[in-house]
Design a protein around this ligand. Structure first.
Ligand code: C5P
Length: 225
């Protein structure tokens, strides 16, 4: 469906810098991910500018509000024709159902389960007992039953989620190419490992955007898939 599963995370504050990077690597990525920071700074205009490159756009807005408001927000971004939009599964079943109903026919709606910035103690403080992986699987089930297309999950979880949701659409961020060398993370997953475990989309940002040669970096990743 996409040229390849790599979606470049354009987490750059300026539109011109984001556009220049995206243009450079455009022949080697399947799509472009724009996050909340970019959208709050540059809105529809910024998305239009990036969309001119002709690649599928993933709007990672992580919507979370009452069903009526989230559905209205989905309708408001419909004109941008995003290929993928994120909502928080914690918003509940009705919110996810209404978000999906309001999304265009060609827009995949995927759920955020548990943010990777939260650990068990953080969850406990919000009244949720149990581990983050347990909560993530529970919310993945809820997203599935609400009719969403899939979820966002880590490379460590994708095999388990794929096992219980065979035709799900799984977006995997937090990847580090094998050739990236030493990182601050102890257990990293490579793009190829995530793909083999069932990932539909591989979100990759800094390994490409901060590389000395972004084109060489993305081509090296592409060659491993
Ligand atoms: O780390 P990297 O720059 O490749 O991150 C790419 C994108 O993935 C970023 O937009 C970041 O917000 C997102 N991400 C995420 N969950 C993680 C790690 C990264 O949503 N655990």
């Amino acid at each position: 469906m996409y040229r390849n599963p790599i979606f470049l995370a354009l987490d750059l504050p300026r539109i011109d810098a984001a556009e220049a990077l995206a243009r450079k690597v455009s022949a080697h990525v399947g799509g472009l991910k724009l996050g909340l920071e970019f959208f709050c700074a540059h809105g529809h205009h910024g998305v239009h500018e990036i969309a001119k490159l002709g690649l599928p756009i993933f709007l990672d807005l992580k919507l979370h509000d009452i069903p009526n408001t989230v559905a209205a927000a989905m309708q408001a971004i419909h004109v941008l024709e995003p290929a993928i939009v994120t909502v928080h599964a914690a918003g509940g079943r009705a919110m996810m159902e209404d978000a999906k109903a309001a999304a265009g026919e060609h827009c995949k709606v995927v759920a955020i389960t548990v943010l990777t910035s939260l650990d068990a103690a953080d969850l406990a403080r919000t009244g949720i007992a149990g581990s983050p992986p347990d909560q993530a699987l529970r919310l993945a089930d809820l997203a599935h039953s609400a009719g969403l297309d899939g979820i966002v999950c880590s490379g460590h979880e994708v095999a388990a989620v794929h096992n219980q949701w065979k035709d799900g659409f799984f977006v995997v961020p937090g990847l580090r190419p094998a050739q990236a060398g030493a990182t601050d993370q102890k257990r990293t997953v490579t793009p190829r490992e995530a793909r083999d475990a069932g990932a539909s989309v591989l979100v990759i940002g800094r390994p490409i955007s901060r590389a000395e040669d972004p084109v060489a970096a993305v081509r090296a990743i592409e060659a491993t898939l």
